[in-house]
Design a protein around this ligand. Structure first.
Ligand code: FAD
Length: 335
């Protein structure tokens, strides 16, 4: 059976976490399918990264080692990935749902005339029946939040190959295999593959904004929603997070209301977190938010509505006013 191919993104010469998470997920899918996982890595001096990929169970690494490709460039990256995928005919192609993956994957899908599900939060192997009543087995179930309502949607590609998806960062834990694979490095000849036209765009200057917080790696997250009520009340969450050595997160509704910065947003279009403790203050628990935090260790919900959907996934529920409860917690913890 054909393999799975993962596009592995690099930053500053290192493999990105999302790529190692994807490789781990791809390995689990491949075990079910009885196939192997290959990777594509593009950049300057990237061949040395293959060793790490073999430790994650990758079978073959397609390497495009070229100093002109040290930074992501749409046209040459698309050409390289499209050419490998067209030649290898994988049954599944995966990329991270990052800025790069969101730029690259749709172009590869368009070139290969395949479907693509963006921003998946879960991938599984299963079966389905199409509209003509034909049953499909061993198909990739591509799961992501719906655009409207509190629902998850499963999308399948029954007719086009490869089945293509981008997956959110942080939804799977990266995991090495017990014994590294004696894998193979396949060198891509970029000199013959790429043309001058592929380099029509060049990066003149790059400015990187430093992260304001370490939300993704935090052990404790105090997250506030629209129910927090004001920017002033949100300051209390920062105090509580400080006492618990944690970080502050938020919902889209809280960001839209101007209570907090966009960089704190958790969920489908924000950061994915999996802390040991997640305190959800004034958050209703819509799926677009919960996909970004449901794998947290212990979840405490503070909400004045006992029927709020988040209470169904919470380990502890405190029914009460956000400001009152948070002030009380701060007082107690300060003692
Ligand atoms: C395509 C798309 C992508 C999206 N992406 C994201 C995303 O990444 N992240 C995200 O968070 N959302 C996202 N959303 C929005 C999401 O659907 C919800 O609208 C949002 O998560 C709701 O935020 P909330 O829970 O803060 O607000 P609400 O749904 O308004 O809930 C407020 C909660 O506060 C409680 N409350 C009110 N007053 C108090 C009080 N005084 N004390 C205690 N509790 C109180 C209420 O009972 C309620 O449960 C997205 C939506 C779409 C369509």
């Amino acid at each position: 059976m054909e393999n799975i191919i993962v596009f592995c993104e690099t930053r500053n010469g290192e493999l990105c976490d999302v790529s190692l998470e994807l490789v781990t997920k791809a390995r689990l899918l491949a075990e079910e399918l009885g196939c192997k996982v290959d990777a594509i890595v593009i950049g300057k001096e990237v061949s040395s990264l293959s060793k790490t990929l073999f430790e994650y169970g990758i079978n073959r690494v397609f390497c495009a080692d070229d100093e002109r490709l040290s930074e992501y460039l749409t046209l040459p990256y698309t050409r390289i990935v499209t050419s490998v995928v067209a030649e290898q005919h994988p049954q599944i192609f995966l990329a991270g749902a990052t800025n790069v993956g969101r730029d690259l994957a749709p172009r590869v899908a368009a070139e290969l005339q395949c479907g693509l599900t963006a921003d998946c939060t879960e991938l599984r192997i299963g079966e389905c029946e199409d509209t003509a009543g034909v049953k499909h087995e061993n198909i990739l179930l591509q799961i992501r939040p719906n655009f409207v309502g509190n629902q998850l949607t499963t999308i399948v590609s029954t007719s086009s190959r490869p089945q293509m998806a981008t997956m959110r960062e942080g939804v799977v834990s990266k995991q090495r295999v017990d014994n590294p694979v004696a894998g193979e490095i396949i060198t891509i000849n970029t000199q013959s593959l790429l043309t001058e036209e592929d380099f029509a765009v060049s990066i003149l200057k790059r400015e990187v904004e430093a992260r304001k917080s370490n939300l993704k790696g935090a052990k404790v997250v105090v997250a506030g929603g629209y129910g927090v009520g004001s920017r002033e009340n949100f300051e209390l969450l920062y105090r509580l997070a400080e006492l618990l050595h944690g970080e502050v997160g938020s919902t889209r509704a809280a960001v839209d209301a101007g209570y907090c910065d966009h960089s704190t947003m958790i969920g489908q279009t924000g950061v994915t977190v999996r802390p040991k403790l997640y305190i959800a203050v004034g958050i209703s628990g819509q799926v677009q938010h919960t996909v970004g935090m449901e794998k947290s260790g212990t979840i405490i919900s503070i909400n004045r509505d006992p029927e709020a959907p988040i209470n169904k996934i919470a380990d502890y529920v405190i029914v009460g006013d956000a400001r009152e409860c948070v002030t009380h917690l701060i007082d107690q913890l300060s003692k």
